[in-house]
Structures are given as C-alpha cells and as structure tokens.
Design a protein around this ligand. Sequence first.
Ligand SMILES: N[C@@H](CCC(=O)N[C@@H](CS)C(=O)NCC(=O)O)C(=O)O
Length: 211
Amino acid sequence: MDTTLYYSPGAASLLVHWLLLELDVPHALQRVDFSRGEQKAPAFLALNPHGTVPVLVVDGVARHEAAAIALWLAEQHPQAGLAPVPGDPRRADYLQWMFELANVLQPLFRQWWYPAEPAGEACTEAVRAHCAPRIEACWERIDARLAAAGPYLLGEAPSVPDFYLTMLMRWARHMPRPATAWPALAALAARMKARPSFAALYAREGLAEWA
Ligand SMILES: N[C@@H](CCC(=O)N[C@@H](CS)C(=O)NCC(=O)O)C(=O)O
C-alpha cells in the first residue's frame, strides 16, 4: 500500500505516526507547516475539509480523525495484538476507552490549545480556567482505573488507547498539574516512552520535550 501521513510535530498526527512505526508500516511523511497556515490551504482542505492533521492518504484515498485511523491501522495488523477483535472479552473496554479519549479528553485539549474557538477572543481565559479542572478530573478517573486494573488500560498488555492516552498526557506537560502528577499515569507514560517506536517517533518529528 502507498501510504503518506500529513503531520505536524507533536500534534494529533503523533498517534498515527507512532502506530505506523510501531506496526512497521512503510510510509512517507509530509509535514504541514502551521506557521504558514498550510493546514487551511485549498490543497490541504481537499484532503481534509476540517483543515487539521492527521491526514493519512492510503492508495490515493485521504482519511482524517486520529482515533479512527488508529483503530483502522491496528485492525490491519492483528499480529501486533493492539486491537482486541470482536468476541474478545476486552473489546467493550477497548471501544469505551477509545471513545472516551476521543469524545471527552481530546476535545478538552482542543479548547485548551484553541481557547478562542468556543466563545471568541474575549473569553479565552475563562475557557482555559474551565478546561483545566475538567482535564484533571479525567486524569483522576483514568489513574484510578490504571491503579485498579493496570498497568495498561486493558490490563496486562498495551493496546491502541494506551498510545492515544500517552499522546494526550504529553499535551498536558506544561499544564498546572501535568498528567504525570498521578502515579499510575506516570508509570504508564514511562512504560510507553520506553518503547523503541517512541524514540524513533521523537527522532523523526524532531521532538525533545517529555522524552
Ligand atoms: N478530531 C481531530 C482533531 C485534529 C486536530 O485538532 N488537530 C490539530 C493539531 S493537534 C490541528 O490540526 N490544528 C490546526 C488547526 O486547527 O488549524 C483528530 O483527532 O484528528
């Protein structure tokens, strides 16, 4: 398959990039320069009308939404064991975590990073002040889950939501209370960061912080 990832370093595309490396999928990288507004240029909007990364182009077909692409990639590579199949007793938890991260936690980060979106420039302080405790409440809940049934979200073995959660934890590294202030989350982050694919990801995206 001919595969190209459109990405920006450290952005939501990181989840897809990490899985491409973890699953050993041959791919090309196309950096989208946010400082030049390339994500809103007509050529890019033709790939993703939302003007966001990631976009994964596979054999000429462009796909967007990080979580959806991540689920699809893991299903294409069942040998890696990152996606419990239908009938697996972990399947319901797997889907629940993917949707919780995509529908609850990631949108809070969207508001944190783009605080003018919900109610304009005049309200950015209020939006951020509202977001931080809600993100922290997520960390509290997820930490309790990991402490009770970890070390990974589904128990003994990593799966796609652990990669997703690690990306989201990284986004909180400069927040007043980073995710790693919670011990079970810190332990998960350490485990995930120890994967060789994480080092490769950092090298390819030119990242250094939170290594
Ligand atoms: N729900 C989308 C959100 C993607 C998203 O918000 N990406 C951000 C980077 S983390 C982006 O492209 N921002 C540029 C912009 O909105 O102009 C997904 O998960 O793929």
